[in-house]
Write a protein that binds this ligand. Structure first.
Ligand code: NAD
Ligand code: UFG
Length: 341
């Protein structure tokens, strides 16, 4: 019966955060229905998810901009809610290929919302980013701080979708729109079966560090040691991907009971420098990770970390894993990655 559905559409469900969230959804009695066009993920993640959860997970290899396909998936599964991870996320690439980013991230979200409306689905949870906060702000960032002065097209796509969700929610009081602003998701599932698997040379700190630790890359470049931070290197708010995934289940529970627009930061609330992360990763892998100091990376800010009081007070969510857990779980995944699922 439709009213008994626990089906949740998960776009981008084979990606890094989507796959971990799929495990948590199943653990909490939901039935994720995954849609992914495999533009930044591999089909074998599905086998690994089935292995972790012991379930046959429904998966559609589709692009969310294929409206007809979306329609028939919604028609078949009558979802309760949608968790929308599908998107392109490389900042540098978004500068070189802005139209591709606007099409994928903005148009894709609009199509999805349109299909939700056609099928009377009221609840949407969206993957936004700390990057939407105005570039001139000082941390900790609260959800009430101004957004929109963003330094790159990727960030602008996130800001635009947030604004779109607010405008659409204002036209229909029965809608429930949740915006989750992630800080820096890292780490991997403790099984070592799923984790972050970027194609090519990683842009982000921990995946790059992991490849140096495993010998795939020669050395880590530290982008600047002259920031006004604890040791001069950039400070970020790293959050374990499993804590982040749990945040989605709690946001979903809440979304199904509420209406309107709800915005939450998901971070640990603590900032760590590049050197602090390096030291924790060296402990995790038991080796010295070769590195050199180079100039600042254009567009980087000195420090970014979240104020997480709102999500703690309103959803009862709190991070459970620390930086050492993040590095240990990342390292376990890196060592396991090549092994058959
Ligand atoms: P990811 O690339 O691992 O996962 C995204 C998934 O979406 C991929 O599997 C990709 O194949 C799929 N996808 C992309 N475009 C699609 C389309 N048009 N149709 C269907 N599938 C499509 O990225 P992630 O790290 O898991 O990020 C998930 C979401 O969270 C993204 O929207 C990202 O912008 C956002 N986010 C990520 C971070 C981060 O640091 N990882 C930080 C803030 C926000
Ligand atoms: N860093 C290095 N060397 C590297 C990579 C990164 O020193 O090889 C440093 C950066 O300068 C920064 C810190 O490590 O100080 C973290 O950098 P990441 O690239 O891992 O993360 P960012 O916070 O810069 O970027 C992330 C996401 C973006 C998002 C942004 C704001 O990757 O998509 O957070 O939310 F826009």
């Amino acid at each position: 019966m439709i009213s008994m559905s626990k089906n949740i559409i998960v776009t981008g469900g084979l990606g890094y955060i989507g796959s971990h969230s799929c495990v948590e959804l199943i653990d909490h009695g939901y039935t994720p229905i995954l849609i992914d066009n495999l533009s930044n993920s591999k089909k074998d993640v599905l086998d690994r998810l089935c292995k972790i959860t012991g379930q046959n997970i429904v998966f559609y290899e589709e692009d969310i901009r294929n409206r007809e396909a979306l329609d028939s998936i919604f028609e078949k599964h009558h979802p309760l809610s949608v968790i929308h991870f599908a998107g392109l996320k490389a900042v540098g690439e978004s500068v070189d290929q802005p139209a591709r980013y606007y099409s994928n991230n903005v148009k894709g979200s609009l199509y999805l919302i349109d299909v939700m409306k056609a099928h009377d689905v009221k609840s949407l949870i969206f993957s936004s980013s700390a990057t939407v906060y105005n570039v001139d702000l000082s941390p900790p960032f609260t959800e009430a701080m101004p957004t929109g002065q963003v330094g790159n097209p990727y960030g602008r796509t996130k800001y635009m979708v947030e604004e779109m969700m607010k405008d659409i929610a204002a036209t229909d009081a029965s809608l429930s729109m949740t915006i989750l602003r992630y800080f820096n998701p890292v780490g991997a599932h403790e099984s070592g079966l799923i984790g972050e698997d970027p194609q090519g040379i990683p842009n982000n700190l921990m995946p790059y560090m992991a490849k140096v630790a495993s010998g795939d890359l020669a050395e880590l470049s530290i982008y600047g040691d002259d920031y006004e931070t604890i040791d001069g290197t950039g400070v970020r708010d790293y959050i374990h991907v499993v804590d982040l995934a749990r945040g989605h289940v709690m946001a979903l529970d809440q979304s199904l009971k509420s209406t309107g627009v709800n915005i939450y930061n998901l971070g640990s609330g603590d900032g760590y420098s590049v050197k602090q992360v390096l030291s924790s990763y060296e402990s995790a892998c038991g080796n010295v990770i070769p590195c050199k100091i180079v100039g600042r990376r254009p567009g980087d800010i000195a420090a970014s970390y979240a104020d997480i009081k709102k999500v703690q007070n309103e959803m009862g969510w709190a991070p459970t894993k620390n930086l050492d857990d993040m590095c240990q779980d990342s390292w376990r995944w890196i060592q396991n990655r090549g092994k058959a699922s």
